[in-house]
Design a protein around this ligand. Sequence first.
Ligand SMILES: [Zn+2]
Length: 400
Amino acid sequence: MPEPSSTRVWLDGRTLAEAVAALVRIPSVNTLQAGPRGDAHGPAGEQAIATVLADRFRACGADSVVLDEVRPGRPNVYARFPGRTDRLVVIDVHTDTVTVENMTDPPFDGRVEDGFVWGRGALDTKATMGVLLALLGVWHRDGLRPEPTLLVAGTVSEEAGGLLGATRFREWIAEQELWIDQMLVAEPTEFRPVHGLKGLVLVEVTARGVSSHSARPDLGVNAIEAMAPVIAAFTAEQERLRTLVATTELGNGTVSVTEISGGSGSNVIPDRCTITVGRRLVPGEEPAEIVAQLTEIARAACPVPCEVVPLLKAPDGKPGPTAFYQSPDSEFVQFLARACGTEPTVAPFGTNALRYSGAAEEIVVFGPGSIEQAHLATERIAISDLVQLAEVLQAWLAPE
Ligand SMILES: [Zn+2]
């Protein structure tokens, strides 16, 4: 059979809205954010949606569908759609949503009303998966194929729990020895291609003192008071970082003291005080070196013995994710910006892309809707955005 000259099809807003709504109606609340409102609709987690996606992918002509159990009852799902060429592109869509306990709207009714699809996950981030399924369905029905070979990954645990699904998908990519040309990580970015995210190191600093009755402070060593100059030192470090000249659009690294605890009674000199320090990394900063730097700052400032423990461990063994960054001039970034009439940008929030550095030639975080509208008491995606997304995905995947 001769290849058709074009795979471009037209999808109307109603069809796309229903495709997204159908996914919203399958609860997939992150297990760490479960609660009574979500539980009323069945167990939290990504099992139900992964099963449905696997069936839909097979029905849309996937030549391989893999359910990959990341945690019990929480599988990633991968589907491969052969293209007209061997060029491999990946679309990663996280399948979990945030909690529904804060919602004032019915979370899972997937209502289509006033030009929007409503419900948890409609925006973050079932829109991209829904539009993609609608597109794949029509292509399959009409005997069409995308230009590149397409690997779609539905990944668990993006919203909480340490990007477990993306961590596992990255391992799977390595196991399969895949060479990926372009990778799109779906998140609400208002159709702006996001080409940079800061990395992160978290450390816990504990000062050790000696307890005594608070009436006799001279007999003890006050760990809380010992922490005061440590906190001041991190404030000074933040001031130093602020004045550095930024080397990329991500700006400068930052450091903040975000938690403090200590003390065992109002009349006891505290023998322990612990703080959490968060350090956002820019390109070129190595997590291990930053941990060493933070340790040095704490030890130099602390008048009593203190311990510094890194709290994160990235899958590559580093104590936290390095920054994700690529040039805004790269081809995929420029293509998406042109197709949408937007400008490339960087983002302050973390996404699965932090796990994929080096896994693909080009990686972009991209999708319809605004992150500022995510995780709220109501959630919705505009049907006009779904229509635009279908156009952009077709321009990318099915050039004539
Ligand atoms: Zn998201």
